[in-house]
Design a binder for this molecule. Structure first.
Ligand SMILES: [Ca+2]
Length: 551
């Protein structure tokens, strides 16, 4: 957009803000020549309070913060219009959201929506600060429900879904969509035109939301960043119950000590397979470590695993199966062990899985973590029970047909940590592989990239080079170092990303390692000389033949 046309539009917005009754009629505005200083962002912001619009959207508050402010614990250093509202796509829906709008003079003309985590029902305002400060209009939603903070199982609780199928549908796919539609309407009202580009950015559940948007509502976004996506939700929830079986039966099955012993044995056997002994397994499919090899022998009590601990490890590595051997969900990668205690052991283990099973699917308020689960009969119930006219699988899982998103001109970047303890990284490889059944490989490569991140845990953390934007702060905001910049550059300049440069930070937040992150299926290979902590010592190359592993 030229500066002149933008000035005209901004002026139009100011005029419209003074005429709220006309503000939602659309159309073209009067051509009034004026400079941007004529715009009163505060007045335009406050004029939005109380307004309603299509889709049952109501703006409940609109406050202009001229000098920045603190929201919950997040410090915001730039001025912005803070809007709270909700959408009610059904009579039992209440999709809460906040949208933050930079002043017209510092708006980059784009919109960025933030995904959320787990099954939590609260507005993640913390995730909105970075995009706002980068000049985006930005929104986060509570996904259509409010988590009961008093619940002992915390953000996993899904009592909100008992007797409320429409709220389940809102969480499954509708809340993100209606929020995106509301956001563009509000952006249009505030600035006088919609955002030229709209992006969705999220990890975990946010990654699921990203891929659901790409496949169910392919016109909502131009650019989508899907981190560690829980895209195969119903199967993943079933698998999470599978992973918790061992420790519910015997709490000694997964302990801090056992996973430390196991992880050390895995690294001893597999770290150097990629040519560099650096605490990172480049591709865990090459690692075939068998936990049975460290089972305690007669009389041995240290640096070994009990039979129960060996069984727990085998269970998690193998992934869930029905009794006839049919796979339900992928196993977890070797190298992910250290964090198992946080997700697969303890009183409320399994993340959202038990609450999804008991409350959302079985509609039972008297949840019982760790109760009996039949991996034939109950898996069928998890996957095929109906919610509205769809099965839970159809409602919650992302489809794998990206052709409509491609036709819309969308660009998709997906990433996943190879040491993810919470969502198997093989699920991302599976999604990537499945997309070619609907699109040729060449078509897919024209708009879709997957980056597998060696040594990175769920969304962030770990010994790998995970500081790459979104879940872990980028060390510099350019398309080679920042996933959000990469998607923006692909959308706005049609420049596809190649190798990215990831960074690892030490305890003082100083970069102590950089390395290329290669577009899948390539991997970073050490050249054989040079500093192993310097990206320049690595090249991206095809991995060659790999064992099939737990795929
Ligand atoms: Ca290594």
């Amino acid at each position: 957009m030229t500066r002149a046309s933008r000035t005209k539009l901004l002026t139009f917005a100011s005029v419209m803000a003074l005429l709220p009754a006309l503000a939602f009629t659309g159309g073209t505005g009067p051509a009034i020549a004026a400079d941007t200083s004529a715009r009163d962002d505060a007045a335009s912001c406050k004029a939005l309070a109380g307004q309603t619009m299509a889709g049952g959207v109501t703006i409940t508050a609109a406050d202009y913060n001229a000098t920045g402010t603190t929201v919950e614990r997040a410090k915001v250093t730039v001025p912005f219009c803070r809007i709270a509202g909700f959408a009610a796509p059904t009579s039992d829906s209440h999709v809460g959201f906040e949208i933050w709008l930079p002043p017209a003079s510092s708006w980059n003309g784009k919109y960025q929506q933030e995904g959320s985590g787990g099954s939590v029902g609260s507005i993640g305002t913390g995730s909105m600060v970075e995009p706002l400060e980068a000049g985006y209009a930005t929104l986060a939603t509570d996904n259509g429900h409010v988590t009961n903070d008093e619940a002992p199982d915390g953000g996993s609780e899904q009592g909100w879904g008992v007797g409320h199928p429409e709220k389940l549908i809102d969480f499954a796919y509708r809340a993100v969509h209606v929020s995106a539609v509301a956001a563009q309407a509000i952006v249009d009202k505030y600035y006088g035109h919609k955002a030229a580009e709209s992006y969705f950015v999220g990890c975990s559940t946010g990654g699921r939301q990203a891929l659901v948007e790409a496949t169910r509502y392919p016109d909502d976004f131009n650019g989508i960043l899907a981190g560690a996506p829980a895209w195969h939700w119903t199967n993943q929830m079933t698998n999470a119950i599978w992973n918790t079986q061992a420790a519910y039966k015997d709490p000694s099955a997964i302990t801090e000590q056992s996973v430390a012993i196991l992880h050390k044995a895995v690294m001893d056997k597999c770290d150097a397979l990629d040519g560099v002994k650096d605490g990172v397994i480049s591709d865990p499919r090459r690692c075939t470590f068998d936990p049975k090899t460290i089972e305690c022998k007669a009389g041995q009590t240290a640096e070994c695993l009990t039979p129960v601990q060996v069984d727990a490890a085998e269970r998690i590595y193998s992934g869930s199966h029905r009794s006839d051997g049919t796979r339900i969900f992928q196993g977890y990668a070797r190298g992910s062990e250290l964090n198992w205690t946080h997700i697969w052991a303890g009183k409320f283990s399994g993340g959202s899985a038990w609450d999804f099973w008991k409350q959302s699917v079985s509609q039972d308020k008297d949840e019982a973590y760790g109760s009996a689960f039949d991996f034939d009969k109950d898996t069928d119930k998890m996957l095929t029970s109906k919610i509205g006219n769809e099965t839970y699988s159809d409602a919650y899982n992302a489809k794998t047909d990206l052709s409509a998103f491609k036709a819309h001109g969308g660009k998709l970047i997906q990433y996943h940590g190879w040491a993810d303890q919470q969502i198997s990284p093989y699920a991302s490889v599976d999604y990537y592989n499945k997309t070619v059944s609907k699109l040729s490989k060449a078509d897919r490569d024209s708009f879709y990239r997957l980056y597998m991140l060696p040594g990175i845990y769920h969304c962030a953390g770990g010994p790998g080079v995970g500081n790459i934007g979104d879940s872990s702060p980028a060390v510099s905001h350019d398309p080679e170092h920042d996933l959000v910049e990469a998607i923006d550059t692909w959308v706005t300049k049609n420049k596809a990303p190649a190798a990215l440069i990831g960074s690892h930070l030490d305890d003082n937040k100083k970069v102590d390692r950089t390395r290329p992150l290669c577009p899948y299926p390539q991997e970073a290979k050490y050249k054989g000389a040079g500093d192993i902590n310097d990206a320049k010592s690595f090249v991206c190359r095809a991995p060659g033949k790999l064992p099939t592993g737990p795929m």
